[in-house]
Design a protein around this ligand. Structure first.
Ligand code: GDG
Length: 418
């Protein structure tokens, strides 16, 4: 009933489907493999069968409400078979697909037992979007090697049908950040944080509790930073927000234990009665608290091992309208392409993280401002609204090209027959 008010129609899954499709194929097979954690990927027939089954359920839900005039936009790795099954049901409709996670290189993708079916499923779309061009390139290379369809300037011809592949880096609701920073609740939160932390520098770390986010290597680097730089004891605090995610998946349970034990060790070793190096929270926070924390923090430490884009990095920059701060960002996040003024680190190189923390703590205000301004300009130019309309425009364009191509083929066929 609640979803209806947003004009949304839910697709309900059984407990068994949640286990096998959502926790199974989506989050125990595709998620780890596409993030290059191949040793965590599990290949089970029951996962795959359930994935096919649920994609069919989604198809039925869509065709109940759509027709050949509809524009259909399918999102993410949970529904990679859906474009092709919709294509068979509604051959003339406009179908777009967008992947929110990385598409891995062929050498990784080829490990997937159902690799051809996944590619065929995606190629049912008229436009296939990725965050960055590297992912699009990996996809096109897998299509060539596994299905034999080559690409020309991002266009693949699949049995007379033209499919467009392109990069659309997702943005954020930039204006919302600007206006929320004036909200009284946010200002009150910010005041409380200022009073509480005083002169202490705040380093923010905020992500879903996920192995792809590099939380462990971040903690290890922070521990080494404290050990090697005792002058920062009592002068710096790491605010570590880990948002609960996929809590029933085994690898996530283990990760949570390791993180909590590491936080305990670091706090145990360095805390004093009036200071602890890490303030840890394992919970979902309200938006007002998040934005206040972002505005407050002197540094955002974002170190994913792999990340399709990473919105937190963009949000941190957007939250710095009045105050300064330094973004430290992993080279492995898709967002790095649009945020090159961040201090870039390799998450596997603890030394690079320590150097970045020290550089950030000592960066002159003028330099912080300059870096932020350049990034902010880019983020406000390509917001999430521009991203969505750009995608839809390109989808409409792809359809027009397809229709023209089809007419051309019909004409040459007719000429041959004359
Ligand atoms: C996937 C891809 C890609 C975080 N904690 C709380 C909270 N958040 C919000 C953040 C941000 C979002 O959740 C997380 O987005 P990310 O992009 O950082 O990461 P994923 O969840 O892994 O998203 C990623 C994204 O899809 C979009 O395409 O960028 O690469 O993995 O917006 O602010 N929100 C609330 N409470 C929290 O405690 N309300």
């Amino acid at each position: 009933r609640k979803l209806r008010t947003y004009n949304c129609v839910p697709v309900f899954l059984s407990q068994r489907q949640v286990k096998r499709y959502y926790e199974g194929y989506a989050n125990n097979t595709i998620w780890p493999l596409f993030h290059y954690f191949q040793s965590l990927a599990q290949y089970k027939d029951e996962y795959w069968n359930s994935y096919r089954e649920v994609n069919e359920i989604f198809k039925k839900a869509v065709i109940k409400r759509a027709d050949e005039e509809s524009l259909i936009w399918v999102h993410d790795y949970h529904l990679m078979l859906l474009p092709q099954s919709l294509r068979l049901a509604l051959p003339k409709s406009s179908i777009g697909f967008f992947l929110h996670i990385p598409f891995p290189s062929f050498e990784i993708f080829r490990l997937l037992p159902n690799r051809k079916a996944i590619l065929e499923g995606l190629l049912g779309a008229d436009l296939i979007g990725f965050h960055i061009y590297d992912y699009a390139r990996h996809f096109m290379s897998s299509v060539l090697r596994l299905l034999g369809f080559d690409q020309h300037s991002g266009t693949i011809t699949v049995n007379d049908r033209v499919v467009k592949v392109d990069a659309f880096p997702i943005g954020i609701d930039y204006k919302k950040y600007q206006s929320m920073l004036k909200d009284q609740v946010v200002l009150d939160e910010l005041k409380q944080l200022d009073d509480f932390y005083g002169e202490c520098k705040v380093i923010l770390s905020m992500d879903r509790l996920d192995y792809s986010k590099g939380i462990m290597s971040r903690l290890e680097a922070f521990e080494l930073f404290l050990k090697e730089n005792p002058k920062y004891l009592k002068r710096v605090v790491l605010v570590l927000i880990a948002v609960p995610s996929r809590v029933n998946v085994e690898s996530y349970k283990h990760l949570r234990e390791s993180i909590e034990s590491k936080v305990g060790n670091i706090n145990g070793a360095y805390s004093t009665v009036d200071w602890a190096p890490i303030s840890y929270q394992f919970r979902d926070l309200p938006f007002e608290k998040i934005i206040a924390l972002m505005a407050k923090s002197d540094i955002a430490l974002i170190t994913p091992i792999r990340d399709g884009m990473n919105l937190v990095a963009k949000e941190y920059v957007a939250a710095k309208q009045k105050r300064n701060g330094v973004l430290i960002l992993s080279e492995m996040a898709g967002a790095i392409d649009e945020l090159p003024e961040a201090l870039q680190i390799n998450p596997n190189d603890k030394r690079s993280i320590i150097i970045a923390i020290k550089t950030a703590l000592n960066m002159p205000v003028a330099e912080q401002k300059l870096r932020l301004r350049l990034m902010q300009q880019r983020l406000s130019d390509y917001s999430v609204q521009s991203w969505a309309s750009d995608y839809i425009n390109q989808l409409e364009l792809a359809k027009t090209i397809q229709v023209k191509q089809y007419d051309k083929m019909l004409n040459s066929e007719a000429r041959r027959q004359l």
